[in-house]
Design a protein around this ligand. Structure first.
Ligand SMILES: Nc1ncnc2c1ncn2[C@@H]1O[C@H](COP(=O)(O)OP(=O)(O)OP(=O)(O)O)[C@@H](O)[C@H]1O
Ligand SMILES: [Mg+2]
Length: 452
């Protein structure tokens, strides 16, 4: 419902217009002079201000100037007195949207407001379409051809059309936010906004007001009524990033808004409704948090209706070449470079590294290499030390992603035995002590692994 502020010193006119506009479905607040009009605007934003020009005290043109400066999103319509077309034109020049000349029928004003509403809706749509297009460029498509990513794509495609809450899990830098955006872009809300909040980055005291808004005076610094993100994202998608960091008190409120679609602004007593599609992301193991009581079980089940797990990059190395190509293209256009690819040794280093920071680390590494490179083909020396150093063999083994306890333990055991023997310069008795196994067991294993 569009909010209108009516400003006129004539009470009868105010009452008549207010009644008419309310019937037309507008939410109307009336003010008798410029100062009280500005006080209303400071409390909560209006879509329209309809103001008389000549009033005792400050004039409607002064109000217009202040509104342009402080509340530029508000559309102003001026009511000018009969015979003062000059004033009306001056108002338009100063940024008013339109004017109606007194005396007028309420329908005339209604018509002007409808027209302005349509224009606003078109503008908004335009802005959002443009933002969505920009989005597409800034956050290129989610790439991947590995089997684990195919599962991700599949789930995204299936769940996108519904309002179902989705929980996205995965290590840092795996692409959780990109997955959330992909869901949004394929949903019927694609032309609406995509709002994100990082629950871990905002102090607990502010988080409630960020999410649900507050009433003026709800706490010391609350000078104005404020909408929360659930209101901002009405009709759109809201990504709750790091949802595992949400304090328990807010978990209850989140559960309520997910279940009933209602919430309260901080300091208010009446419920408000909203229609928000929630996508949550976390790198924490929420299941474990539920067991320790850090995370409410009921909320966990509510969020976890559908989970998309984005696997770490080391478990889908087939995606690396694709991502590398993409990042080279991206940074060629951003940096103005002409890099064509990696030489075979550099490719191998990039492919074998275990990428604890996942896709983000890969992207940063490629960008850095492109900045440092002297030739169009990236070489090992353009890559950071950590990729070139022989990796800790234990870490490398674990990074292979083989989950077999038996195979992995054997490889690691061999590594430890070689290390112990190296350290003791071949003294088996001493090595057995370091390994905390019997001398006899060590001899057996040396033979088994063929260590000389
Ligand atoms: N599959 C992918 N295809 C292309 N780019 C990707 C892919 N996955 C991640 N990226 C890029 O990697 C970077 C990190 O991705 P994103 O921010 O989505 O990760 P995240 O899982 O949300 O990380 P964090 O847990 O640290 O918030 C972004 O620049 C993103 O564009
Ligand atoms: Mg993220």
């Amino acid at each position: 419902m569009a909010r209108v502020l009516l400003v006129d010193d004539e009470e009868n006119l105010r009452l008549a217009l207010r009644t008419y506009l309310r019937k037309q479905g507008f939410e109307v607040v009336a003010a008798g002079d410029v100062d009280s009009a500005l006080a209303e605007c400071a409390k909560e934003a209006f879509d329209f201000v309809v103001t008389d020009v000549r009033m005792p005290g400050r004039s409607g043109l002064e109000l217009l100037a202040e509104l342009r400066a402080k509340h530029s999103a508000t559309t102003v319509v001026v009511m000018s007195a009969y015979g003062s077309v000059d004033q009306a034109l001056e108002a338009i020049r100063a940024g008013a949207y339109d004017y109606v000349a007194k005396p007028f029928k309420p329908e005339e004003l209604g018509f002007v407001l409808r027209k302005a509403e349509e224009r606003e809706a078109l503008r908004r749509e335009n802005r959002e379409l443009r933002a969505a297009l920009l989005d597409n460029h800034q956050f290129e498509e989610l790439l991947g051809r590995s089997d684990p990513m195919k599962i991700v794509f599949n789930t995204v495609a299936k769940v996108a059309p519904f309002k179902t809450t989705v929980l996205i899990t995965g290590e840092s830098g795996t692409g959780k936010e990109l997955v959330a955006r992909a869901i949004h872009r394929r949903s019927p809300r694609a032309t609406k906004g995509f709002v994100t909040i990082n629950c871990g980055a905002i102090p607990e005291a502010l988080l409630e007001s960020e999410l649900f808004g507050h009433k003026r005076g709800a706490f010391t610094d609350a000078n104005q009524d404020k909408k929360g993100l659930f209101e901002e994202a009405d009709g759109a998608t809201l990504l709750l990033d790091e949802v595992g960091e949400l304090p328990v008190s807010l978990q209850v409120k989140l559960l309520r808004v997910l279940q009933e679609g209602t919430f309260r602004r901080l300091g208010e007593t009446q419920d408000r409704k909203c229609d928000v599609r929630v996508v949550a992301a976390t790198l924490r193991d929420l299941n474990a948090d539920v067991k320790t009581g850090r995370f409410r079980e009921d909320l966990f089940y509510r969020l976890n209706v559908l989970t998309v797990n984005v696997p770490p990059l080391r478990e889908r190395r087939e995606d690396i070449p694709l991502l590398v190509d993409q990042f080279i293209q991206r940074y060629n256009s951003r940096l103005g470079t002409r890099v064509t690819g990696l030489d075979p040794q550099a490719s191998k280093l990039v492919y074998d590294y275990n990428w604890p920071g996942n896709v983000r680390e890969l992207e940063n590494t490629i960008e850095r290499a492109m900045v440092l490179a002297d030739a169009p083909v990236l070489r090992p020396t353009d890559l950071p030390e950590r990729l070139r150093e022989p990796q800790d063999p234990v870490a490398a083994e674990l990074a292979r992603g083989d989950l077999s306890v038996k195979r992995t333990t054997r490889v690691i055991e061999e590594i430890l035995i070689r290390r112990a023997l190296e350290k003791t310069k071949g003294n088996r008795t001493r090595a057995a002590e370091l390994l905390e196994i019997s001398h006899r067991a060590l001899l057996y294993k040396i033979k088994e692994y063929g260590i000389s």
